[in-house]
Design a binder for this molecule. Sequence first.
Ligand code: NI
Length: 191
Amino acid sequence: MAIRKIARMGHPVLRGVAKPVPDPTAPEVQALVRDMIETMIDANGAGLAAPQIYEPWRIVVFQAPPERAPEEVDEEEAFDHTAPLTVLINPEIEFLTEETEKGWEGCLSVPGLRGSVPRVTALRYRGVTPKGERIERVARGFHARVVQHECDHLDGILYPQRMEDLTELIFESEARVWLAAHAPAKEQDNG
Ligand code: NI
């Protein structure tokens, strides 16, 4: 296993269309997946796509922890908001709604920046695991967002290309200042 170097915006490997994996159970695929997971965890990312470590194959890894799920949804739907560490080979996405929602994203290939990106709020994805098993899941919220972000990498798309308003592309170090400036005015409490 090895922590790999992460490609940064501007490198052609991030702009290409990644190739389908002919045999998801092949030993070299297992080795690549292990490196992807190790690299993602080391970089503290929510997800990673193979092209980000200079490997132009249709493989993504991601996780959607329960703390990112909204509190107000019922138990059954809350399940769709979370995902354990997941490896998807040759993933496919089917949108379940036309509804989109903006949310802040970052990317290990676009270090230091954050952008507010509209994403479809519910989808179904399918793919194959490194054991050759098929996965099919419904994803909502952050889970749906991370899947769209990672699968975009397989088609050469980085999140700024999905943004509608580039005034919402900011440095991470300015996020606190930006949010303070854009927060709705708080009610005065003179009590
Ligand atoms: Ni990314």
